[in-house]
Structures are given as structure tokens and as C-alpha cells.
Design a protein around this ligand. Structure first.
Ligand code: HEM
Length: 438
């Protein structure tokens, strides 16, 4: 765990391929992800020339950058060899890690599924798994449709122009998650602010604690937002333990492992994971998909005329946007992959946006095809950690697009699309659109 056992600088690994320094800086820079085309050009270059290469760049422990679809799958399916390794499951700078290690007594890291390894991971995953299966979420369809209709109503109420990201995409999945958690609508604005702050500490427009001094100094998570979440959820846990209801907040608050209730921090961590993972990601996919349709009227018309294509459109939205940029793994033993030797302790970045544009898997990967089939996108990850909310995310998007195509007659971009600056999520902050309603 921690920094021990990581790969050393170039000299110590003469046999390894290295990612060129300019691209290495790019993949750890939050602002680089705001230029989506540029980062994809770099990933394409790597897939062709250095599909598995070491990133060695100031401010970060070195790591292998995994750009190929097959390799992301090969690593993801073997949790005993490639560990999620606690806080090192996400890319974080050396200073952020130092800060965390110094404060871990007072500010422990999340105890969520994505930070856990077997056997603990499967024990915790089982606690809520049933609630997120296709059967478990079937009963939510009516409520979700009502929320989708409400979002489209709000869009229509704007006249013929709106910021789709802010007005529609951000709110709708958040409302679904709030209702799943059993939280009232009054909490919407606070939850929206906290989820954005928590995962965008490098974005000065969003984060209060952003330091403009050096991007690599910024932490992966915003500690101020975390403290607010903790306070809020402490009250919720007490309420749901005193009076359990049928919401997810109650399921988790009253779940037991080895006959004991989970600790308050464990429950808080699960709440934060569901709330944040289930919100930003689905909104980015929906906004990115609508943006792609707004840029290609023939794709829009194709789905509008044949709604049976909506499920395929949803998969393409996830492939196209890959809302989670990466997760990290740590090798538990030496492993040979693509002619490279990964050593025990090496850190590895699984790049979902790159895997989802892999030319060996996707025909014409840089074109948005609403009817793409087959579409083995891995935007939800793969293996035992595959997104717990994948069926819910799909259901939300399917219902949204069904209502969208029922009401929207045409749509086009009305200004530049702005993306957030983050090394964790690829979120769309602004997307002005002009539209006509049926
Ligand atoms: C388009 C929407 C979404 C995308 C693209 C997405 C993507 C991902 C990815 C890439 C992972 C990591 C998988 C891996 O390591 O192999 C993940 C894990 C997870 N997601 Fe999602 N997600 C989405 C929606 C949701 C929703 C709606 C929820 C919950 C309500 C959710 C909850 C989770 C949880 C709890 C995990 C951790 C699972 C584990 O480690 O076992 N996600 N998601």
C-alpha cells in the first residue's frame, strides 16, 4: 500500500516503454481533459505506438497507462492480481497522497466498494446488490419517468434555448438518486453543490478549496465537501436506524456484516458513493449524448423515427462520453502484458475513454453512431467491480431519451460546449442548445 513498491524513474526500468513526456503531463492534468479532442488524439497515438507505457511525470508516482480495451478487461477481471488498493484506486498526486496519509486519523478515506478488494469487496457488494439488479429497479420506472417528463418540461419552459447541461442533465439523475435514497427535493441544491465540489477540486469555478498554484498539488477529492457530507449523513443514519423505511438509505444504515451494523463512516461512505457515482456519470453521458445528436441531425432523425434504437443509443452515449476517466490498480505480483513486465507493486491506470475508442474493437470509433451494434463499450468498467448502478444508469437514460424524442422536434448546439477540469470525471459544465418542441 502507499508509495512503497512503485516503479522508479526511467533509469530503473530500462526494459520498459515510456509514454512521451508531453502526453504524460497531459494525462495527469485536469485542464487537459477539458480539451476532449486533444486528449483523444494522444490516446490514439499511444494505442498505436505505446499501448502499455509507463507515465513518469513530476508530482505523481509513476504508473502504467493501459489504453487498450482488451488490456483493461484483462486487468479488471483479476482482482487478486490487480488490487484496487484503498485510496490508490483513483489517480492522485504525491502531495494529495501525503496530505491524506498525514490526516488519515481525522479524515479517513472513503470505505466504498471501489476501494475494497476480495473478500471484503464481495461482502459489501452483496449488501445492496439486489437493489440494483434489473429486477430490483423495475419498480422505479414510473417515478423515473415522472422525473424525466419534469426535466423535459423545464427544458420546454425555457423557450427555444437553454443550457442543457445545467438545466436538464445535471438535475435529472440527481433527482432519481435522491428519490432512491429517500431524500427530499429540498436537498437537491445542496447535494448538487457537494457532489460537484467533491469530485472537481481542481476546477476553480466549482471548488472552494482550489489552489491555482499548481495543478498537481490539488487533491483528487475536496475535503471541505467531504466534511459537509459527513455531518449531513450522520443525521440521516440516526433517522433511518430509528425509523427504517424502504429506501436505499435505510437498507445501508441497517445492513449488517458479521451480525454487526456498519460503522457510521462505512454507511456514510456508501451513501456518498451511490449519490456521487450515480449522479455526475449519468448526467455526463446524457449531456454528451444529446450534444452528439445536436451535432448530427441525421442521427437525431434516425432515432426519432425508430425509437427501438434508444437502448443502442444509450450504449453509444456511454461509449462516447466515458464519464469516468480512469480507475487505478496495483499489481500484487509480477505480470507480463503486451511484452512489458509489470512488477509487483506497480501502479496502473485503466483508461476507459481510450478503451472505448479502441480501433481494434470499434469500427470508426471517432464517429458517434446511435445504432452501433455490437457495442462492447466498457464505460461501466468490467469484472467484479463493474458499476453497481449500470442497470439504473441505463434505465434512466433510456426513459430520458424516450421522453426526449417524444417531445423534441429538433436540436442544435447554440455555443461552445465547456467541460470541467478534473482527472476523475469527464463532466460537461455548459452546453447551450437551440431546440424546437413537438
Ligand atoms: C452512465 C452512468 C455510469 C457510469 C459510466 C459509471 C461508471 C462506473 C465505472 C467505470 C465503475 C468502476 C468499474 C470497475 O472498476 O470496473 C463504476 C463503479 C461503481 N458505480 Fe457506476 N457508473 C454510472 C452510474 C452509476 C449509478 C447510477 C450508480 C448508483 C446508483 C453507480 C454506482 C457505482 C458503484 C457503487 C460503483 C463501485 C462498484 C464496485 O467497486 O464494486 N454508478 N461505475
Amino acid at each position: 500500500m502507499g508509495c512503497e513498491g512503485n516503479v522508479q524513474a526511467a533509469g530503473a526500468r530500462p526494459e520498459a516503454d515510456f509514454v512521451p513526456p508531453a502526453i504524460a503531463r497531459q494525462v495527469v492534468s485536469p485542464s487537459a481533459y477539458a480539451d476532449w479532442e486533444a486528449i483523444h488524439r494522444s490516446f490514439a497515438e499511444l494505442r498505436h505506438n505505446i499501448p502499455l507505457g509507463l507515465v513518469d511525470t513530476p508530482g505523481f508516482d509513476p504508473f502504467w497507462l493501459v489504453t487498450k480495451h482488451a488490456d483493461v478487461m484483462e486487468i479488471s477481471r483479476q482482482p487478486l492480481i490487480f488490487s484496487n488498493n484503498d485510496h490508490r484506486c483513483a489517480l492522485l498526486s504525491q502531495s494529495a497522497e501525503r496530505q491524506y496519509l498525514e490526516n488519515r486519523e481525522t479524515a479517513p478515506f472513503f470505505r466504498v466498494l471501489i476501494t475494497m478488494d476480495p473478500p471484503e469487496h464481495s461482502i459489501y457488494r452483496r449488501l445492496t446488490f439486489k437493489n440494483f439488479t434489473p429486477k430490483g429497479i423495475r419498480g422505479l420506472e414510473e417515478d423515473i419517468r415522472a422525473l424525466a417528463i419534469e426535466s423535459i418540461d423545464e427544458m420546454a419552459a425555457q423557450g427555444n434555448m437553454c443550457d442543457f447541461a445545467e438545466r436538464v442533465a445535471l438535475r435529472y439523475p440527481l433527482r432519481v438518486i435522491l428519490s432512491l435514497m429517500g431524500l427530499p427535493r429540498e436537498d437537491e441544491d445542496m447535494m448538487l453543490r457537494l457532489t460537484q465540489e467533491l469530485f472537481n477540486p481542481q476546477d476553480p469555478e466549482i471548488s472552494k478549496s482550489h489552489s491555482s498554484v499548481d495543478e498537481s498539488e490539488a487533491s483528487s477529492y475536496d475535503l471541505g465537501a467531504l466534511a459537509e457530507f459527513k455531518q449531513f449523513f450522520s443525521d440521516l443514519i440516526k433517522a433511518r436506524r430509528a425509523n427504517p423505511t424502504d429506501d436505499i438509505a435505510s437498507v445501508i444504515a441497517n445492513a449488517t456484516v458479521d451480525g454487526k451494523l456498519l460503522s457510521e463512516w462505512d454507511v456514510t461512505s456508501q451513501y456518498i458513493a451511490i449519490l456521487t457515482a450515480g449522479h455526475d456519470t449519468t448526467s455526463s453521458s446524457t449531456a454528451g449524448g444529446v450534444g452528439a445528436l445536436a451535432e448530427s441531425p441525421e442521427q437525431f432523425t434516425m432515432v426519432k423515427n425508430d425509437r427501438s434504437l434508444v437502448p443502442a443509443l444509450v450504449e453509444e452515449c456511454v461509449r462516447w462520453t466515458s464519464p469516468l476517466l480512469s480507475f487505478m490498480r496495483t499489481a500484487e505480483r509480477d505480470y507480463s502484458l503486451r511484452g512489458q513486465t509489470i512488477r509487483k507493486g506497480d501502479w496502473m491506470m485503466l483508461s476507459y475513454p481510450s478503451a472505448n475508442r479502441d480501433e481494434e474493437v470499434f469500427e470508426d470509433p471517432f464517429t458517434f453512431k446511435a445504432n452501433r451494434a455490437p457495442n462492447p463499450q466498457i464505460g461501466f468498467g468490467y469484472g467484479p467491480h463493474i458499476c453497481l448502478g449500470q442497470h439504473l444508469g441505463r434505465l434512466e437514460m433510456r426513459i430520458f431519451f424516450e421522453e426526449f424524442f417524444r417531445r423534441v422536434r429538433s436540436i442544435e448546439l447554440a455555443g461552445p460546449v465547456e467541460r470541467s477540469r478534473s482527472i476523475n470525471v469527464s463532466a460537461i459544465k455548459r452546453m447551450p442548445v437551440r431546440f424546437t418542441m413537438a
